[in-house]
Ligand binder design. Structure first.
Ligand code: SF4
Length: 200
């Protein structure tokens, strides 16, 4: 293993042993992320849900199935860290509140995000999911996730904003048919283009 790989492994180990906000995590620290410096696509999400926590795997739930369908990726492609990095805004399951999962822990992004983003020199596409990741990753603020996603052409082709693929958003998807009709075909074509580049 060369120095570059040593440094990457060491960084990942450090993240996986993080307990910075342990006092606020109902199930304790269990950072769930997928990362490799060669990744071509970054999925910037919110925080792992309970199923992902239990499985120790990002998007190991209905949201993940939908997201893979949106992107046109097989599970094998999606879980290949040399193709896809998955960095939620909070790496550990934050617990559940009255209306779903709690927001990502605010300690996480300041502690880790820049350190993990900086080595991703091969990134061609960042998929930014939900309000917390959009607030962090997008250069222009919009009043809501709906406005941000509807303005997807402003960020094209390096960044694509998406709503959360959770079944909780089924009503949003019904109310916004343009998303499936216009944006999803573009997303799939862009993902394919980026991954073909990787294979050349
Ligand atoms: S959420 Fe982030 S900062 Fe908190 S313990 Fe997990 S990895 Fe560390």
């Amino acid at each position: 293993m060369d120095n570059h790989n040593d440094a990457s492994t060491e960084l990942l180990n450090k993240v996986r042993h993080c307990s910075l906000c342990a006092a606020h995590l109902p199930l304790g620290p269990r950072p769930i992320l997928q990362w490799h410096p060669q990744a071509r696509i970054l999925i910037a999400g919110q925080a792992p849900g309970r199923k992902a926590h239990d499985a120790g795997l990002p998007f190991a739930d209905a949201s993940g199935e939908r997201l893979r369908g949106w992107m046109g990726l097989t599970a094998e492609q999606f879980y290949n860290p040399q193709l896809v990095a998955i960095l939620p805004m909070g790496f550990c399951f934050p617990g559940t509140g009255k209306s779903g999962d709690l927001p990502p822990r605010p300690e996480c992004a300041p502690a880790w995000r820049q350190t993990l983003l900086k080595p991703l020199k091969q990134l061609q596409l960042t998929i930014v999911i939900g309000q917390y990741a959009q607030a962090y990753h997008l250069p222009t603020a919009q009043p809501s996730v709906t406005h941000t996603v509807a303005s997807w052409q402003d960020y094209w082709p390096d960044i694509i904003p998406l709503p959360h693929p959770s079944p909780r958003n089924n009503i949003w998807l019904k109310r916004n048919p343009w998303f499936a009709e216009q944006l999803l075909p573009k997303l799939q074509a862009r993902v394919k283009q980026v991954l073909l580049l990787k294979l050349q």
